[in-house]
Design a binder for this molecule. Structure first.
Ligand SMILES: C[S@@+](CC[C@H](N)C(=O)[O-])C[C@H]1O[C@@H](n2cnc3c(N)ncnc32)[C@H](O)[C@@H]1O
Length: 343
């Protein structure tokens, strides 16, 4: 059985890569994130996906009165963030934990409310680029894809020990792949599949030649879907959104960066639902159903990275940023925003 705080007590699990290798991850939409969190009331900021600490560094640099709790389920990320944020001393508190345990992590640190929560979803460049982590179709390695290297189930288990019907569901849910049935069939026929190259070959072989042209590597969607399943990413996202909204002080800000439509749909509908409070009344009549809105969206549609950022950082191309503020009376605070077009 796993500890209640996944990974909180670990630190000696075997894992590949060292924090000194955590060099290539450039924080996405860092100016926008810093501005949105800079507009939060006084109080603690949570970086739920601290990674190499790029966004956290911007937050801490931007306001010397800020304290930050940074979470990551990957011990290599925590070590990298610790090295990067060491100069901020006890203003940065880094915790090895799954963000689905956000409320419990904060309770254990004596914090019942926070001024802002950042969730920068998906994998870091480090996780993708270190071959032994087994995330990438670009390099050959044993199938793994676990962000938390002590997690019980790896990509090898998902690929080799799930039924064909379950594989179809996984590929559709995380990759929205129209060839999910063909790909699942090819995977099952080719088992056992031990490596990223073997999986990639099975997937590519199942996709009709015409559909393989354009749109990036043909195995990209399947690898993404399997990674999402291995790490329970969509369930963890739903959990962290609920907890973050409940923990925010009035005016507190929730900022979420997602990288594929499945994630973004969850974030978008969550923020919309919190804005209406789930009201079921006709739109032209005053609310009589007792709905209680919790959040106000800070922008109606997702913000996208600038062309200049995308040109410099390929990973930013698919980013969508959504932000919302907790309703209620907001204490006044000097404006630290640097971008005038962001609320
Ligand atoms: C895109 S990276 C974050 C990069 C970071 N914003 C920076 O500036 O370096 C995403 C990070 O979130 C972590 N992560 C993903 N899902 C998580 C979860 N459920 N709980 C905790 N960390 C998670 C990954 O391990 C990875 O380090």
């Amino acid at each position: 059985m796993r500890a209640p705080f996944e990974g909180l007590l670990m630190g000696s699990g075997s894992h590949s890569g060292s924090h000194s290798e955590w060099t290539g991850h450039v924080p996405v939409m860092a100016d926008e994130v810093a501005t949105l969190l800079g507009g939060a009331p006084e109080g603690l900021i949570v970086d739920a996906t601290v990674g190499g600490g790029g966004h956290s560094e911007r937050v801490l640099e931007g306001d010397p009165s800020r304290r930050l709790v940074g979470l990551d389920r990957d011990p290599v990320a925590i070590a990298a963030a610790r090295a990067r944020l060491v100069r901020f001393g006890d203003r940065a508190d880094l915790v090895l934990a799954n963000f689905s345990n956000l409320a419990r992590v904060l309770t254990s640190r004596g914090s019942a409310a926070v001024a802002g929560v950042l969730v920068d979803l998906g994998v870091s460049s480090h996780q993708f680029d270190v071959p032994e982590r087994g995330f990438s179709y670009r390099t050959d390695a044993r199938l793994d894809m676990r962000m938390d290297p002590t997690a019980a189930r790896s990509a090898w288990d998902v690929v080799n020990a799930t039924t064909s019907a379950e594989l179809v569901r996984i590929l559709q849910r995380g990759g929205e792949d129209r060839f999910a049935s063909r790909i699942a069939g090819a995977i099952v026929r080719s088992r056992p599949l031990d490596t990223t190259s073997e999986l990639s070959e099975a997937v590519v072989g199942a996709i009709p030649a015409a559909a393989r042209r354009g749109g990036g590597h043909p195995a990209k969607r399947s690898f993404q879907a399997i990674r999402i399943e291995v790490n329970g990413e969509l369930d963890a996202l739903r959990a962290v959104l609920d907890q973050a909204a409940a923990l925010l002080v009035p005016g507190g800000r929730l900022v979420v960066l997602s990288y594929h439509s499945g994630e973004d749909r969850i974030v978008k509908s969550f923020m919309l639902r919190q804005e209406t409070g789930g009201c079921t009344c006709p739109p032209d009549l005053p609310c009589a159903c007792g709905a209680e809105p919790l959040l106000r969206r800070l922008a109606r549609s997702a913000l996208r990275p600038s062309a200049a950022e995308t040109a410099l950082n390929r990973r930013a191309a698919s980013a969508r940023l959504r932000a919302a503020a907790r309703l209620g009376t907001v204490p006044t605070k000097p404006d630290t925003s640097s971008r005038s077009d962001l609320p």
